[in-house]
Design a protein around this ligand. Structure first.
Ligand code: PLP
Length: 466
């Protein structure tokens, strides 16, 4: 059946159409024009398949998003039913649709108690972007128009609209691009693995909190609107904060009338074993939580900002006679995407997917840690289904291999040859599976990674890098 489905696609034609016409996001053009792309055409459960019929375990859940796994006919059916009944109608000007309303109520039920209002977007970048506009609007309405600056962190990833890219702190992401640098101040990232030498975890936490307080003193709380953070930094390298960090940061923000925005685009919807990690894992009560990806398990584009009662009390009243909350997108509350999300949540609840993550996640952590003996593995970190290997030249000092060694690519290529897709991010390898992995799948994946790391060490030796 699978073979029959791929056979009708002409691999060579597809490869050429793609290479000649599709400008891919985040693509290295030094190789693209020769190599083009690998075409992934089919999927089922924990697997994806390429156009040639090769099957791989998907170790990255698409792009940290296919949380309930691939090929869920129920979601496809819910989308088809909604598209047949009514594919689209406006949600502007007092119009709505059933799935958007039902999903908003469901999200309010799942979210921390004070987050009862949903602003729909098309994905994660637009959720972060919309949020900043709403936060500025909120303070303007409160008569605090100087509260504009957003505090973000180096190595944060918040997306690539102009505003979301400005919040992003991964320097290389913005090479040759412009950002709104006057709007955003980047603090240090919280990175336990590369914390200053000789600092204990709690001293490191103090250090980061002190840094925030120093910035607030310098900029002035009257000029700062919000702090935005991923509970665990994802694209920046699955960076783990010291224990208690988020809670203490939020307390400082509260004390200074600075809103706390949690970007849970990756950590939300089960990846850490809960629908939302902010309260359940990190003991914070954000003013806004932004979600996307796992919200629809990637079956249809969708993002959302969950807004507190306190903010809604202002956003939900007109700014002047005839004034409207004039922000939003044609596709805010898209019925087909919302139908996909509703079915996705139904599946997550019915199969208790969060419980699977809480059960298998620690096993994945522990199994990946068993790879630490490899010559190039400097750190194995993360939590539950959000994991990362940091490859280094020297385990004692954490010194990196030269960029030309392409160590992340090598490990990923060796793993893929053996049937597992993981993601290279510079010298790192991210493992962020579908949330339906069993212990047996973990064993298979870790055996493949073990072999891939041995093969990588051998090839790095052969090429004179170690
Ligand atoms: N925020 C975080 C934490 C992300 O990881 C991402 C995407 O990876 C985004 C925002 C941007 O989301 P999108 O690509 O859906 O715009």
């Amino acid at each position: 059946d699978q073979k029959a489905r791929t056979a009708d696609l002409d691999a060579e034609t597809l490869w050429r159409q793609d290479r000649d016409h599709f400008i891919h996001p985040f693509t290295d053009f030094s190789q693209f024009h020769d190599k083009g792309c690998e075409m992934i055409t089919d999927s089922d459960g924990i697997y994806v398949e390429d156009v040639h019929g090769n099957r791989f375990i998907d170790g990255i859940a698409g792009l940290w998003c296919v949380n309930v796994g691939h090929g869920r006919r129920e979601i496809a059916q819910a989308m088809a039913d909604q598209a047949s009944r009514m594919a689209y109608f406006s949600t502007f000007n007092n119009l709505s649709n059933a799935p958007a309303s039902q999903l908003a109520a469901k999200l309010a039920e799942l979210a921390p108690a004070h987050l009862n209002h949903v602003f729909y977007t098309c994905g994660g970048s637009t959720a972060n972007d919309a949020t900043i506009r709403l936060v500025h609007y909120y303070f303007n309405r409160l008569g605090k128009p100087n509260k504009k600056r957003i505090l973000s962190r180096r190595n944060a990833y918040h997306g690539t609209t102009y505003l979301a890219a400005s919040l992003t702190g991964i320097e290389s992401n913005n090479w040759s691009f412009d950002t709104l640098s006057e709007l955003v101040t980047h603090l240090s990232e919280a990175n336990l693995y590369r914390r200053p030498e000789g600092m204990s975890e709690s001293e490191y936490c103090d250090h980061l909190v002190n840094e925030l307080e120093a910035h607030i003193a310098k900029i002035g709380a009257d000029n700062i609107a919000a702090f935005i953070a991923e509970p665990i930094m994802g694209a920046g390298g699955v960076l783990m904060a010291p224990r208690g960090y988020h809670k203490r940061i939020q307390a400082v923000c509260r004390a200074n009338d600075i809103l706390y925005i949690a970007d849970e685009v990756v950590t939300g919807f089960g990846r850490l074993g809960h629908f939302f990690a902010s309260e359940a894992v990190f003991e914070t009560q954000p003013d806004i939580i932004n979600i996307a990806k796992g919200l629809s398990s990637g079956y249809s584009p969708l993002g959302a900002s969950l807004i507190s009662d306190e903010l809604y009390a202002v956003l939900g009243t007109p700014q002047c006679k005839g004034g409207v909350l004039s922000t939003g997108f044609t596709y805010s509350g898209h019925p087909v995407s919302c139908a996909a999300a509703l079915k996705n949540i139904e599946i997550m609840e019915r199969e208790d997917i969060c419980a699977n993550v809480r059960e298998v996640g620690p096993y994945l952590e522990q199994s990946l840690k068993s790879l630490s003996h490899h010559t190039t593995v400097g750190d194995v970190r993360g939590s539950n289904f959000m994991m990362c290997l940091e490859n280094v030249a020297d385990k004692a000092t954490g010194e990196l291999l030269p960029v030309e060694a392409r160590v992340g690519d090598r490990v990923a290529e060796e793993a893929q040859k053996r049937g597992l897709i993981i993601r290279p991010v510079g010298h790192l390898n991210v493992i962020s599976p579908t949330l339906i992995w069993s212990r047996e799948t973990v064993d298979t994946a870790v055996t493949i990674l073990d072999e891939a790391l041995s093969a990588t060490t051998a090839s790095l030796k052969r090429d004179g890098f170690i």
